[in-house]
Design a protein around this ligand. Sequence first.
Ligand code: ATP
Ligand code: MG
Ligand code: MG
Ligand code: MG
Length: 476
Amino acid sequence: MKTAEIRRRWLDYFEANGHVVVPSASVISSDPSILFNIAGMVQFIPYLSGREPAPFPRATSVQKCVRTGDIEEVGKTTRHGTFFQMNGNFSFGDYFKEDAIRFAWELLTTPESAGGLGFEPDRLWATVHAEDAETIDLWLKNTAIPAERIQTRGNEDNFWHTGQPGPGGYCSEIYYDRGPAYGAEGGPIADEDRYIEIWNLVFMEFELSAVRSKVDFDIKGELPAKNIDTGMGLERVAFLKQGVENMYEIDEVYPVIAAASELSGRRYGADEGDDVRMRVVADHVRSALIIIGDGVRPANEGRGYILRRLLRRAVRAMRLLGVTEPVMPVLLPVSMDAMKASYPELETDFDRISRIAYAEERAFLRTLESGTELLTRAVEQVGRGGTIGGDIAFALHDTHGFPIDMTLEMAAEQGVEVDETGFTELMAEQRRRAKEDAKAKKGSLQADLSAYSALLDEGATEFVGYDNLTADSRIR
Ligand code: ATP
Ligand code: MG
Ligand code: MG
Ligand code: MG
């Protein structure tokens, strides 16, 4: 089943069940405290928080998401993309747990011939919060899932809140068992590589009076209007339905792997290191395509910097595969072709998008050579096990356009460390100078770290983690 078909079945199903189909919001978050949308619910925050009355009681969407916090996982796990699509269904004070569970089970297990997603019921598992007995009962009562395939977890995994006093609640997640070839028995608690998380059902039912950490908070009482927020990973369902090994091998992503393999002359599936690089390339090229499509341009800070890192990491991964000439003119059209069924605007806007990506690659290739030389000399000087000075990392960043994570990665490949503290200090100093210059012109735009900064649990935290070296540049 093609990814576009899964998306269509999803929207049809929830529309038939009274949900208004809402188009994806831009991948650029309208909340200034996060750079990119990291979940389907972000565009509905005003309704979920009660700040604005919802114009409809039920909604569904397929949201374009970017989680840069997952960048280190890309290509190494089977299931993390920097870009992915989150299918969601939402209830604003309308239906609650029982229907959310019923809908999920019905859509997942209805045979393909009858319009569903056709998952074998006995391969599905659920996780539930240990104190949420109500949800366990609802699973047992409304679905064919047996008690042995329901596992309980604590706050770390099965409680959602924003990190602030306000709404919170239990969640229940659905996993698919890929079978004994992929790991030991024991359910998702034992092995998340064999048991793949596909869908998170969040029940916003409590008002929290204090939040001290992810796992430590006080529940004040129940919310007057209870909401449902769910997120299903479209690529994850696609990879399971398409019978491939991971989300990078689905119809919307794999063509770029095939193109990278052809360009480099290396066979996908022959060497694990090369395979990871090809998956990274396919992921990053697609993310860059979508991000530029939504209006971001490469820059030295904020969203533009993330875009720059994605493009440069892809180019460098191709270098490691032995390709030194420009790769974007080959790979980007392939990604666009694979994505245009769901996002036709990528094709009509491709001239603009591709010009930006190609120019960025050209700029990078101009400095990559000289930067690599500088780094190689520094590595030779300190020797294996040594530490390269922060000034080198800074020069690589400033003059040669090397994102710091790339420098770290390249150094690590040679068994050398980098003085990150020194680098961070030099960056801070440069920023201070830039700020002073800017002050003369105009007060800098101070982003408001609003109530939802810690929102959406890991998504947001992971994001900050990824960018911690340049934490204060992310919102400028
Ligand atoms: P994981 O534990 O696998 O990292 P998560 O718990 O962080 O996932 P949620 O925040 O619950 O994910 O998001 C809802 C759904 O979105 C997940 O169940 C999954 O199907 C999908 N999803 C989350 N992160 C990614 C990603 N980086 N790439 C692809 N799909 C994702
Ligand atoms: Mg998870
Ligand atoms: Mg989850
Ligand atoms: Mg995650």
